[in-house]
Ligand binder design. Structure first.
Ligand code: LRH
Ligand code: MN
Ligand code: MN
Length: 388
């Protein structure tokens, strides 16, 4: 069995992956959203489910909220509820993509009244952050156009800057703005924040507490995502990850499921760039579980991140640097591939047990009876669906 050194175990010990509250609600595609028994009916129940993932893995101490999907009357009460269950509330995601007023834009809208409404929504999100103790405001904008000539793309960038600057000015000293880019969808011709370059330019113009969020599902097929990771870390602008995996577009499948090697390569660059366990980089999941069970789906996801992190930590960096200096192409590649092909699962299981966790978190959750309990308890009410 491969053994993991004390340095590797120390790095894994402090690893934390934030869970999205919306992963616990019902989801599907535009064709059908499927209901499942035991699905949470409010943010309190979503947080309770997220706490189970942490309970069985020790890896997921925080839960991200999406506003208004997770609107509650008393955020202090939600915060206390989370803390009572051993987790904390994390990133606050704004939402300007489900309101008729934003059909032609929100933070980029030509009409000042609508733009002001969108800015005010973000200021309200910062009020939520003050109550929940959250550090990060994550902004993803569903803005753009469908046809050439439909909009003045340049003017929209200028308005975007003005809007973001107003929001940024309201942040507390310990709070950050994290801007997420996405190549396309829902717009199909141009998107106002389509790529890391645009997110970088817009956040650089704001200041040090404005960072970029890299969602792994938001690139063109074939994009070298680990290069972007490297570059953003090099520039000190990688604020967070939204992890998921994809076969075709923004599939939001379980991270590491479609392409474990890509996840390994990304984590390898995170380690190379000093981003692992750096307070500056938030590791989050952004996934939906349409067909598979949701809590085990999240457990599998955080375990996949842990497993690929362990493999990436196995890369012999000194030997790699020497092979690179010698331009020994095959030796350098072999060092990376040796780490990738190492099965760390038995070592991780043993290490979990040594820390009082279940060796097999998936099996332990299945045996816990929690699923049966929520299916019996959560009768009546309206199940949370993507996203409310
Ligand atoms: C957009 C996105 C963004 C949203 C989430 C629900 O595709 O990745 O992060 O907040 O999905
Ligand atoms: Mn995302
Ligand atoms: Mn997405």
């Amino acid at each position: 069995m491969t053994t993991l050194s004390s340095d590797i175990l120390a790095a894994l010990q402090s690893q934390a992956v934030e869970l999205p509250s919306w992963a616990f609600g019902n989801s599907g595609t535009r064709f059908k959203v499927f209901a499942t028994r035991g699905t949470p009916r409010d943010p309190f129940e979503k947080v309770a489910d997220a706490a189970q993932v942490h309970r069985f893995t020790g890896l997921a101490p925080t839960v991200a909220l999406h506003i208004p999907w997770d609107r509650v009357d008393d955020y202090g009460a939600l915060r206390r509820h989370a803390e009572d269950l051993g987790v904390r509330l994390g990133t606050i995601n704004s939402n300007t993509f489900q309101d008729d007023d934003y059909k032609f834009g929100a933070l980029t809208h030509e009409d000042d009244t609508i733009r002001r409404k969108a800015i005010d929504h973000h200021l309200a999100c910062i009020d939520v952050m003050d109550a929940t103790g959250s550090r990060d405001l994550k902004i993803w904008l569903a803005e753009g156009s469908n046809y050439p000539g439909q909009n003045d793309m340049r003017a929209r960038q200028d308005r975007l800057h003005d809007s973001l600057a107003t929001i940024y000015a309201r942040l507390g000293a310990d709070q950050r703005l994290v801007l997420e880019y996405k190549l396309f969808e829902p717009s199909f011709y141009h998107t106002d924040v389509p790529d890391w370059g645009t997110a970088y330019v817009q956040t650089a113009a704001l200041g040090d507490r404005a960072m970029v969020c890299l969602d792994t599902g938001h690139h063109a097929p074939g994009t070298n995502i680990e290069f972007i990771v490297m570059q953003l870390l090099r520039l000190g602008k990688l604020g967070s990850f939204d992890f998921n995996s994809r076969f075709y577009a923004d599939d939001d499948l379980i991270v590491g499921a479609a392409d474990p090697f890509q996840l390994f390569r990304i984590l390898s660059e995170v380690i190379r760039g000093g981003g692992l366990n750096s307070p500056g980089v938030a590791f989050m999941l952004d996934q939906c579980h349409n067909l598979e069970a949701k809590i085990p789906g999240q457990i599998r996801s955080v375990l996949n991140v842990q497993e690929m992190t362990a493999r990436a930590l196995l890369i012999d960096r000194e030997a790699l640097a020497a092979a690179q200096r010698a331009n020994d192409v095959l030796a350098a590649n072999a060092i990376v591939m040796d780490a990738f092909y190492t099965d760390v699962r038995p070592a991780l299981a043993q290490w979990r047990e040594s820390r009082g966790l279940a060796a097999d978190p998936m099996a332990a959750y299945a045996a816990s009876g929690y699923q049966g309990q929520i299916e019996a308890d959560r009768v009546g009410g309206v199940q949370a669906g993507w996203g409310a």
